[in-house]
Design a protein around this ligand. Sequence first.
Ligand code: BGC
Length: 383
Amino acid sequence: MHNRRSFMLGAAGSAAALTLAACGGEGAGSGGPDPEADPSDLTVGVAMPTQTYERWVKDGDNIKAGLEDKGYTVDMQYADDDIPTQQQQIDQMITSGVAALLVASIDGASLSAQLDAAASAGIPVIAYDRLLTDSENVDFYVTFDNYEVGVNQANALLYGLGFLDQEFNEAPEAPEGPLNVELFAGSLDDNNAHLFWQGAIDTLQPYFDDGRLVVPSGQMDIEQAATQRWEQETAQTRMENLLTTHYNGGEELDGVLAPADPLSRGIINALQNAGLGPTIEEGLPVVTGQDAEIASIKLIADGVQHSTIFKDTRDLAEQAIVAAEAFLKGEQPEANDTETYDNGVKVVPSYLLEVQMVLAENYEEIMVDSGYYTEEQVESGQL
Ligand code: BGC
């Protein structure tokens, strides 16, 4: 049991008492999809948060294409990061009789009424990448190893600062420090943000403890570091404020923990606007990332952004479809984690995928040789 890895939103400590058998679900509620139904008679509802992050667009495209390939009809809706819009979209999907729901929430705790309605209608619900919290009516969860994302982000930062070598062991010529870093987190209503943070902080803590790393702003709580709705501009403004308030006397900033590529780019804008860089070699602080967005892969190739985390959304979409199909055939999808994702009411059986750290020295291999991006896309920074 990895205690440090389980994160519980809310206060429902009693969740541990529920057994998986009791909450694994049979699909959900009464009725449920007819296991004999032909895919061409079934519609799958797909609720997506926003198109402003490249990854959600790719996720959506992959899910839609994959389901349609199998003969299903897809009702996919993006909610513009607006909670009432997402609630309405899901209400509508339920009313129109979808056979299953895949939901990437905006605020994981805001959809309880929709999840209740889905359960009453016998519609199985799969949480897609983001955990749906505070509800027992979540049947399955497909995601990446989110704690590992944070560990990888912190290791990338430590590597970029020279504390770790290429194998991520203590570097023989590691700096004595103290080196200065600032920390950014994602949106507090996204359970993932907490796991990314936890993984990163657990990894960085020994360096804070022995003084090799210092956070000059003192902003070391997730609440202080959070970026509401994962908005790039919010991160950029916070970075600007940190620079004016805490680095105006010649203090050097060495690195920034950034949890997602659009935030990394906002932070890099702020740093460059303040005259740092423009490349790492020329003094830009080491900035981490996540999602391997094309614009950030270009920045990594150009020596500007230090790292990102690649999460192959093709695999996640595929896994979501496998899970949806299992429910539609009256079966239970296979979980590979039944401990970590306590949503405040129950532990949601989950399927976790692995993640990869991307740096200047391996982006070619991971992002281009694998066929994910072409060399031209990396050069232009556009899809
Ligand atoms: C996802 C990240 C993404 C972030 C912002 C998180 O829930 O796991 O991949 O960068 O949301 O959209």
